[in-house]
Design a protein around this ligand. Structure first.
Ligand code: FAD
Length: 296
């Protein structure tokens, strides 16, 4: 699709698998609200330590059965043998999910470093290799504009990203960030490192500033001082929702102006803000089913 200025633009939405009947209703409301925007795919996360394995599979199944959308299943290496991990990916494929988001996963709560399962994949690059050998050919991996906390520096992080792409992934989705310059510098550095696959920015519309701060602390994303001030002021005036819409739309618009062609939204199963932001940057609702014609 193109936006009103003729720029190419595609979008994707990330959901998490629900744990309760109310959560399932919320997921479904999110899918129904966002499906008309014809995302090229939606993705479903995989809980730390594989704790949501069944829930992820069920959510993928429900989305595929009830909405004509392409689905990507997230998969981590945590707490499972290579065989078990590949079986899970095979399960996604049998359900009809065409893409896998291949991840290492985080250490369990309380542990300070990731310990692979003795018979498991040791990192995302190994997982990508295993997936490719098992015939999966649409694989996304994670990228970190502010580097992954386990990497000593950006160069090490870029080496790792290149390993994942060289192993057979076709694109990367980034951790969220609020300063577009961080992403643009990262994209330039990736190009210099010989990375040619598309790196799609992951954007987190701020539904709840406090919650976002906790996520950011967990993954090492910087929160600019101006954002803290803006939310402090907006909170006093009951204007945080308006601020979130404006900030996120402006961030996306800035990325599109820099040639970004795909934006991945972290929805946290809250559809209204991503919907409004997409509309603000020129994404038009389409007849249902338009997305299915595209590819994941
Ligand atoms: P990797 O790419 O394997 O890298 C992790 C670290 O290890 C890097 O610092 C890397 O440099 C280092 N490393 C890797 N291989 C080597 C090597 N051979 N030698 C030395 N160092 C090495 N987590 C979930 O649990 N579930 C999800 O659904 C989920 N979805 C995500 C989606 C996106 C878009 C993103 C950005 C993250 C997601 N995460 C998810 C979080 C992710 O699991 C964590 O960030 C995790 O800590 C790293 O995963 P990775 O795939 O980036 O790991």
């Amino acid at each position: 699709m193109t936006d009103p200025s003729g720029r190419s633009l595609s979008i994707s939405f990330e959901f998490f698998p629900p744990a309760t009947p109310n959560g399932a209703m919320r997921l479904w409301r999110s899918v129904e609200r966002l499906a008309p925007l014809a995302p090229s795919f939606v993705s479903v996360t995989y809980g730390a330590g594989g704790t949501t394995r069944d829930r992820t599979r069920n959510a993928i199944k429900a989305i595929l059965e009830r909405a004509r959308l392409q689905v990507a299943g997230h998969l981590t290496c945590v707490g499972a043998t290579r065989e078990e991990t590949l079986e899970e990916a095979d399960g996604y494929r049998k359900l009809g999910a065409r893409r896998v988001v291949a991840l290492r996963g985080d250490p369990p709560k309380g542990a300070d470093r990731f310990e692979p399962h003795p018979d498991g994949f040791r990192n995302a690059a190994e997982l990508v290799t295993g997936l490719r050998a098992a015939g999966h050919d649409r694989i996304s991996v994670a990228a970190y504009p502010e580097r992954h906390p386990d990497s000593a520096d950006l160069a090490e992080d870029l080496d790792n990203l290149k390993r994942k792409l060289d192993a057979g992934a076709d694109s990367a989705l980034t951790q969220f960030f609020f300063d577009n310059d961080l992403f643009l510098r990262f994209r330039d550095a990736a190009a210099k490192a010989g990375i040619t696959a598309p790196i799609h920015p992951g954007i987190l519309p701020i539904e709840n500033f406090g919650k976002m701060r906790r996520f950011a602390a967990g993954c090492g994303a910087t929160i600019p001082d101006w954002l803290v001030t803006a939310y402090g002021n907006a909170d006093e005036q009951g204007m945080t929702e308006t601020l979130s819409r404006a900030i996120c739309a402006e961030q996306c618009d800035g990325l599109l102006a820099e040639g970004v062609e795909h934006i991945h939204f972290y929805t946290l199963n809250n559809p209204d803000l991503p919907y409004d932001v997409c509309r603000a940057i020129g994404v038009e609702p389409q007849p249902l089913g338009a997305a299915a014609a595209g590819g994941a």
